[in-house]
Ligand binder design. Sequence first.
Ligand code: PGA
Length: 248
Amino acid sequence: MRRKWVGGNWKMNGSRAMTSSLAGAIVEARINGVEVALFPPFPYLREACAACAGSRIGVGGQDLSEHESGAFTGEVSAAMLRDVGCTLVLAGHSERRQYHKETDQQVASKVSQALEHGLTPVLCVGETLDERDAGHTAAVVSRQLDEVVSCCGIEAFARIVIAYEPVWAIGTGRCASAEQAQEVHALLRSQLARDDARIAGSTRIVYGGSVKPGNAAELFAQPDIDGGLIGGAALQATDFLSICAAAG
Ligand code: PGA
C-alpha cells in the first residue's frame, strides 16, 4: 500500500510574510494519513523550514544544480538545500525543461546530486500538447524516465517520487481526465516494473496539472495515482488543505 503524497509547488510567488502564514496554516491543520511537502522559492526556504519545524511537513527547493559546487553563478546546490533544512527537491519541472532548456541528461544529473545529498528528488516528466497530439506521449515520458533509470539505477526509485505533469495541463485550468492520467501512470509503473517489480510497486507516482479541490478526489482514486503536485491551488491554504484531505 503506497502512502499518498501531496506537494505544493509555489513557483515564483509569495513573500516572507506569505510563506510564514501559508506554511503555518498548513502545519496547524495537522493533516493525517498523507505525506505533505512545500516547495517555496529559494529565498523563503528558511521561513518555510521554520514554520514546518517539528511537524511532519517537508520543505523542498524547486530546482537544484547538477553540479556539486563551484563557479556556477546563480545556481543552488543539493548540499546548500540540505544545509538550510530541505529534505526534498523538484527536478526537471517542465518550466525548467521548457524555459531553461534543461535536457533529460541534466535532469538525471540533478536527481543524482539530490540522492547523493540525502534529498528526496521529485522527478517531473510530461509531454507537450504537440507531442500528445502527435501520439508521442508514451515515448516522451518513457525517454524522460529512462534517462534517470540509466543514470541512477532502478534501486534509486525507492527514494524518488515521480510527478507526471502533462505540460498542456499546467496552469491552464485544463486538467487531464482521470483516465488520461491513469493511463500514463500505469505506463510509467510498468516501465519501472520491467527492471524491478517490487520497487515499481512502491514508487509514488503523483499527478500535476490544474489539480483543484473539485477534481482531486477522482484523480487520487485511480489505482496508479498516488497524490499530486499542486501549483496554483497550493497558494490558498483552504484549497491546498482540501486537496490534501482528498488524498487522505
Ligand atoms: P498547476 O501547476 O497546478 O498550477 O497547474 C502544477 C505544477 O506546475 O506543478
